[in-house]
Design a protein around this ligand. Structure first.
Ligand code: NAP
Length: 287
């Protein structure tokens, strides 16, 4: 069997076009243009690229974007002062603090300082708590993108066994919570695996849907996949042969029923969902 490729890039373009249409309606009816403020601290080259791509996507969707830079020598207090200014600025609807922050900065304090209604990454405990309780304000962009991909491609979720590899606050944990919720898009039986999981292949082979977010190039091999399973590769690893995911794509493709490529899978959807959240934030603040 050769898997059907789940084209995240094409779906992201669809979602971005939908958001652009809704932004245009919003601007006409409210007279307000949604605005995302990106905060970049230090000079991490990958972060520079991520922020540039996010800002470009905003522009294309009719969303204003601002870039606020701080040097790598800045203190947590400097960053908190900037976040406070952005929290109070009525022109700014969404705040994105690009991670990782330089060593020595208190990431938790900074993320907790973002006004929850401007927290388009959904990292604030208020937003995380709402997600756990099944009444989200925003959903975190990467798991939200994966969720949209599964739903729009009609991959059955309810009653399916989903195995999530990785338990990070950004991907694995919210992903598992979203899929186990009651109701449409949920009702899955979810298993979460991590570095202390015993006999990982025995668990991954039970999965109808496997979501891999561990940050290890080509970690998931074909023998770890049940024939016909849907395999979602969240990983982005820079190797000598270019960008690769956490899935051994060429081999797993021969076993899986559906698979996302890297690049062109989950990455573009993450950006699309950021635009969605920025519009949602602007709507909340002008309601
Ligand atoms: P992270 O914070 O580094 O967490 C990695 C998780 O993987 C941890 O829970 C860790 O377990 C688990 N893990 C590590 N080695 C393992 C192993 N051998 N077996 C089983 N589990 C293992 O990672 P993240 O931020 O979630 O990112 C994961 C990957 O997704 C990275 O490649 C990242 O670049 C990518 N990513 C992509 C997007 C996108 O837009 N496509 C967005 C975010 C992240 P422990 O908890 O036990 O340490």
């Amino acid at each position: 069997m050769t898997a059907t490729i789940l084209d995240g890039k094409a779906m992201a373009e669809e979602i971005r076009a939908e958001v652009a249409r809704r932004v245009s309606e919003f601007v006409s009816s409210k007279g307000v243009t949604p605005c995302l403020a990106a905060v970049l601290v230090g000079d991490n080259p990958a972060s520079e690229v991520y922020v540039r791509n996010k800002r470009l996507a905003c522009e294309k969707a009719g969303i204003h974007s601002q870039l606020h830079r701080l040097s790598a020598e800045s203190t947590t207090e400097d960053l908190l002062a900037l976040v406070d200014r952005l929290n109070k600025d009525p022109q700014v609807h969404g705040i994105l603090v690009q991670l990782p922050l330089p060593k020595g900065m208190d990431e938790t304090r900074v993320l907790h300082a973002v006004n929850p209604v401007k927290d388009v990454d959904a990292f604030h405990p208020d937003n995380v708590g709402r997600i756990v309780q099944g009444r989200p304000r925003f959903l975190p962009c990467t798991p939200h993108g994966v969720h949209q991909l599964l739903m729009r491609k009609n991959i059955p979720i309810a009653g399916s066994h989903v195995v999530v590899l990785g338990r990070s606050d950004i991907v694995g944990k919210p992903m598992a919570i979203m899929l186990m919720q009651r109701g449409p898009g949920g009702d899955a039986t979810v298993t979460v695996c991590h570095s202390r999981t015993r006999d990982l292949p025995a668990i991954t082979r039970q999965a109808d849907i496997l979501i891999v977010a561990i940050g290890k190039a080509k970690f998931l091999t074909a023998d770890m996949v049940k024939p016909g399973a849907t395999v979602i590769d969240v990983g982005i690893n820079r190797t000598e042969s270019g960008l690769v995911g956490d899935v051994d794509y060429d081999a797993v493709r021969e076993v899986a029923g559906h698979i996302t490529p890297v690049p062109g899978g989950v990455g573009p959807l993450t950006i699309a969902m950021l635009l969605h959240n920025t519009l949602a934030a602007a709507s909340l603040q002008t309601a």
